[in-house]
Write a protein that binds this ligand. Structure first.
Ligand code: F6P
Length: 772
């Protein structure tokens, strides 16, 4: 019975997401996963038939009865007692009557009978359908709490339905009491008005805590960091440490009052509740109807993380155990290639989240002594771009006999990855024959059917789940398989433990001491309130060379959104632009701009003990200390600057004074790690994953979908078809092909200037770098 209830709740939740907007009139115009949703709901309803609902609880009995009475329908009351009730729209943790109301998730369905005049199948396809109204009612049931019975009635309360109902039932029961339809109508209108007001208040920018921060900006703009830094009590209040990770944010344009107001905003945004909802497996990725459980990927073996009514940790560990066993076989040479040679080279093919995170971790560990020793004699490379230049770069010089290709794709449909995978397969089979694929190619995906269709043995596939977002998938098989092949599973297990340690801190620490929460709140402060569009990520550690590119995807794909969770356009900007480069290289590149040009909040990351030490006799400091001197100097240069008076006192000629002046007051924060190893790297990555989630939770957006990447993909498909057609027919593209004239001209220019391009059906053509 529980699974039926869960199914119903899930289906309803997804419905709710698509039907919240009051102006949705034509439901069928909402193409996203419309058909699957419909099927899911129908299946859930089907499964619910004949279930005997326990009715011992007075309130539940009453609602059941009320619905049946009002609509002459089969009423199904799904009861799912949440451990902690969280209003999914606002993230507020609900208590008391509101929490009790949250326990009632209702779905109304007709088993051939009707609800308010509409049968269920009709309602599903209907514009402005009853189900929409009902879903809306359910949402408000949760939001408004305490008013649950009235709101259930409201679910039936469209004027249309009401008229029909009035005819069928001269009186209705309202909150268990007999009442006239006139009273009901009046009550319904009042509730609707209240809900409309409440709906307007659902934007975070409408709440008083947001306004208090907005008002506070002017006071902060009066301050200068060179003065603020004189206040030791303030400094003390802006330093935190967790598990050896030291965070100093006293160089933020912020006072203790700012911090207090930010924490108030975090509370008001329901941050704790939202964090808990994420860890507890609630489907907070509402537009895709998915849980967001990357934290389960690094949960210890014995943990219990529920998703859809089952503990997912055993499945996570089943895959990790499979990775451990497989990678050990490959690394030990027991798993041999088609010609009997051990596989010492790994090429990981994937793009976006299926490449950036693993590449970042690989680079970070490649100079760490233990990991380096474990990887001795092995090579791991990544192929992401569909650009054949990248293909040559990744495969050139590799011996196919000793190469294992890992295809990494959550969907196993990404055009770039699949073409690269087919290229690698052709490269392998040309050299070793078709049978070699079984020994030389493995896959990581949630789409195991597509893996099998590609021709790979399911035994060589490593799964993960739809509740892992691509950019949050480093700790799934996406990262753990290729990295374990290279460094060995024990190294990656340390990495997972480091992530878990920071996860635990994020879930349990109060906001005021919570490192990821503080980073996320400060990010909201800088980007939204102070209006700094960009953040510079500046690791003073060459091993973190690929940190910024990974965080770029993590942050910008997550938080680059324009609407709130409920689809309301946002009146403020979300999602900062992230970029970065390791110090000191960046200093000789773009620091000019961040010192004297635009104000760009900077995040400095330093390491106490270097992975590698070089000291030259006679030098004042070691090479790593030289690096770190810059790490300590830059934040003060940005914060304190240098004024004209000081420059004049130093004898700077008048005409150069303004050129040499540093305004200072440029915000930064500093993170210091004891060293960079697999464990601390895990802590750092988890810190940033949760920083990103925190900002998104506060902004009230869905940080876990990425609809913004879809349009370009669709148009690229169209272009592909037209390019192939134009090649085959020799006909230039024109107005009938559906492109604007600019695009047609560009395409024709490309097609005309590239006569050597192969026709479809021509034999494989590899560039010299990939020929045998
Ligand atoms: O660019 C969009 C995206 O879907 C990313 O979110 C994802 O990381 C990447 O493409 C790769 O997707 P997949 O792992 O399914 O190949």
């Amino acid at each position: 019975m529980m699974s039926t209830v869960d199914e119903l709740c899930e289906a309803l939740e997804v419905w709710r997401c698509y039907f919240q907007a009051p102006d949705i009139e034509d439901a069928s115009a909402h193409t996203p996963p419309w058909e699957p949703l419909k099927l899911r709901l129908e299946a859930a309803v089907e499964a619910a038939r004949g279930v005997q609902w326990a009715q011992e609880e007075a309130g539940r009995t009453r609602i059941c009865w009320l619905l049946a009475e009002a609509g002459d329908a089969l009423a199904v009351l799904a009861f799912s007692p949440p451990q902690q009730a969280v209003d999914v729209a606002s993230g507020r943790t609900l208590q008391g009557p509101a929490a009790a109301a949250c326990s009632f998730n209702c779905v109304v369905c007709g088993s051939g009978s009707t609800v308010g005049g509409y049968s269920l199948p009709k309602a599903i396809g209907l514009s402005g359908s009853l189900l929409y109204r009902f879903a809306l009612g359910w949402q408000h049931l949760v939001v408004a709490g305490g008013r649950e019975l009235r709101l259930c009635v409201q679910a039936f309360g469209s004027d249309d339905d009401e008229e029909r109902s009035t005819k069928a039932h001269p009186t209705a029961r309202y909150c268990g009491e007999q009442c006239s339809h006139a009273d009901w109508r009046a009550s319904h209108r009042r509730v609707c008005a209240e809900l409309a007001a409440e709906r307007h208040m659902s934007l975070i920018s409408d709440i008083p805590q947001w306004k208090a921060l907005a008002d506070h900006v002017a006071a902060v703009k009066e301050t200068h960091l060179k003065d603020l830094l004189q206040d030791d009590a303030r400094t003390e209040a802006m330093i935190r440490e967790e598990g050896g990770v030291y965070l100093d944010f006293c160089r933020q344009n912020a006072t203790p009052e700012t911090l207090k107001l930010l924490l108030d905003l975090g509370e008001a945004a329901g941050l704790k509740g939202k964090i808990e909802a994420m860890f507890a497996g609630q489907r907070i990725n509402a537009t895709e109807g998915r849980a967001v459980l990357h934290t389960a990927l690094r949960a210890p073996r014995g943990a219990d993380v529920q998703e859809g009514g089952r503990n997912v940790v055993p499945e996570v560990w089943e895959v990790l155990d499979k990775i451990s066993a497989f990678t050990e076989r490959v690394r030990s040479g027991e798993w041999k290639g088609a010609t009997g040679k051990p596989l010492t080279n790994v090429v990981s093919i994937g793009i976006g989240g299926s490449a950036l995170g693993p590449l970042f971790v690989h680079t970070a560990l490649s100079t760490e002594p233990d990991a380096m020793a474990a990887a001795s004699g092995r090579r791991l490379s990544f192929l992401a771009n569909v650009d054949p230049v990248d293909t040559v770069r990744a495969l050139h010089g590799l011996d196919a006999e000793t190469t294992l290709v890992v295809i990494v794709s959550k969907t196993f449909t990404t055009a770039e990855t699949m073409l690269n995978a087919r290229t690698a397969r052709a490269w392998l089979t040309e050299r070793l024959g078709a049978d070699a694929v079984a020994k030389h190619m493995v896959a990581v995906s949630t789409n195991l059917k597509a893996v099998a269709d590609f021709g790979l043995d399911p035994a060589n596939a490593f799964g993960f789940w739809d509740w892992v977002g691509g950019r949050f998938s480093v700790s799934s098989a996406v990262g753990v398989l290729p990295l374990s092949l290279h460094y060995g599973f024990p190294v990656m297990e340390r990495f997972l433990q480091g992530m878990h340690a920071m996860d635990t801190h994020y879930r349990s620490a109060p906001l005021a001491d919570n490192l990821p929460a503080l980073l996320g709140l400060l990010n909201v402060w800088n980007s939204t309130f102070l209006g700094h569009a960009t953040t510079a990520l500046l690791p003073y550690q060459q091993a973190l060379q690929h940190f910024a590119p990974h965080i770029q995807q993590l942050s910008m794909e997550s938080n680059g959104k324009g609407v709130a969770l409920d689809g309301t356009p946002l009146p403020f900007e979300t999602g900062e632009i992230d970029f970065g480069e390791p110090g000191t290289n960046g200093q000789h590149s773009f620091y000019q701009l961040i010192h004297q040009g635009r104000v760009i909040p900077a995040e400095f990351i330093g390491v106490v003990r270097s992975q590698q030490e070089v000291y030259l006799q006679g030098e004042k400091v070691s090479s790593h200390e030289e690096l770190m001197c810059n790490f300590f100097a830059q934040p003060d240069a940005l914060a304190c600057g240098k004024d004209a008076e000081t420059l004049r006192a130093e004898g700077v000629p008048d005409q150069l004074v303004t050129h040499k002046t540093f305004s200072g007051n440029r915000p930064s924060l500093s993170i210091l790690l004891p060293e960079l190893n697999a464990y601390t790297l895990g802590q750092l990555l988890s810190l940033y994953e949760h920083r990103v989630a925190t900002s998104g939770f506060v902004w009230g957006i869905n940080s876990f979908d990425q609809w913004g990447v879809e349009l370009g993909k669709v148009l690229a498909n169209k272009v592909r078809g037209k390019v192939a057609e134009a090649r085959a027919t020799g006909r230039p593209l024109g107005a009938d092909d559906g492109f604007c004239s600019s695009t047609s001209r560009l395409l024709n220019r490309f097609l005309e200037s590239k006569p050597q391009a192969p026709q479809a059906g021509a034999p494989h053509n590899f560039p010299p770098g990939l020929r045998q």
